[in-house]
Write a protein that binds this ligand. Structure first.
Ligand SMILES: Nc1ncnc2c1ncn2[C@@H]1O[C@H](COP(=O)(O)OP(=O)(O)OP(=O)(O)O)[C@@H](O)[C@H]1O
Length: 249
């Protein structure tokens, strides 16, 4: 379980997040949505311990991470997989070496076991034939899938996705969404997905958390979001209907 208790984050005088209280259950997929500058990335960076809260507590399982040392945080991060917005692959390494990187750095597994894991994870994301290719030979969607294979190499309990569909066409976006659902179903992971794409959020998430101007204004199912009378939430659904070519409400 992930728990944020009264979390605030200030940058100089700017209050990026105010009094966030949120519980994410084991095995749940939570989408965090919100407009540009609302605080989504700040929340994700707090959850993975890249930045520390100004006040409040962040619990990952039984560990309160906000006051841990970097070394202690590294131990917690071994249970987390991260899929970054721009894939963040090493351009000078093959796909296989990218997926193997963390295993080589943080485990004493022998090369045969590592190769087996790399093959298994690439197969899981539907990319079994690209192990020896270089990242710059792959499409954006393929890079995202490699990034996901790398994130699951450690069999994490939690996967964090930062805008997984940014820069992808609608068909590839749906494929990545399907993979996120598949990861939850097959690996039973907890998933936290930051997105500004309401259609994606509705497809993948058990619950959606909406951040508006640094505040968490709603955490609920897509169905309840759809029925919400809150103008800030409806504005997001308005864009969804417009994109789909439906008549705005
Ligand atoms: N390191 C920083 N220093 C100063 N201000 C920051 C820093 N990081 C974020 N902010 C500010 O905090 C607010 C929230 O930013 P954040 O990046 O979390 O928004 P976001 O919802 O992820 O936006 P986007 O969708 O555009 O990425 C913004 O006003 C931003 O300018």
């Amino acid at each position: 379980m992930i728990r944020l208790i009264d979390v605030c984050k200030c940058f100089d005088r700017k209050e990026a997040l105010r009094h966030i209280n949120l519980t994410i259950k084991d095995g749940e997929t939570l989408a965090i949505i919100g407009g540009s500058g609302s605080g989504k990335s700040t929340l994700l960076r707090l959850l993975v311990g890249l930045i520390r809260p100004t006040s409040g507590e962040i619990w990952i399982g039984d560990t309160e991470i906000s006051r841990l040392s970097e070394k202690e945080l590294d131990q917690v991060r071994l249970h987390m997989g991260m899929v970054f917005q721009y894939s963040a692959l090493f351009d000078s390494m093959t796909v296989g070496d990218n997926v193997a990187f963390g295993l080589r750095e943080h485990t004493s597994l022998d090369e045969a076991d590592i190769r087996q894991i790399v093959e298994d994870k690439l197969r899981l994301v539907g990319l079994e034939k690209v192990t020896d290719r270089m990242p710059n030979e792959l499409s954006g969607g393929m890079k995202k899938r490699v990034s996901l294979a790398r994130a699951i190499a450690f069999e994490p309990e939690i996967i964090f996705y930062d805008e997984p569909s940014s820069g992808l066409d609608p068909i590839m976006t749906e494929k990545i969404d399907e993979l996120i659902i598949q990861m939850q179903e097959t690996l039973k992971v907890t998933s936290v997905v930051v997105t500004h794409d309401m259609a994606s959020a509705c497809r993948i998430a058990d619950r959606i958390a909406m951040i508006y101007d640094g505040e968490l204004i709603a955490v609920d199912t897509a169905e309840h979001f759809r029925e919400s009378k809150d103008a800030r939430i409806q504005a997001f659904f308005h864009t969804l209907r417009t994109v789909k070519g439906e008549e705005p409400a």
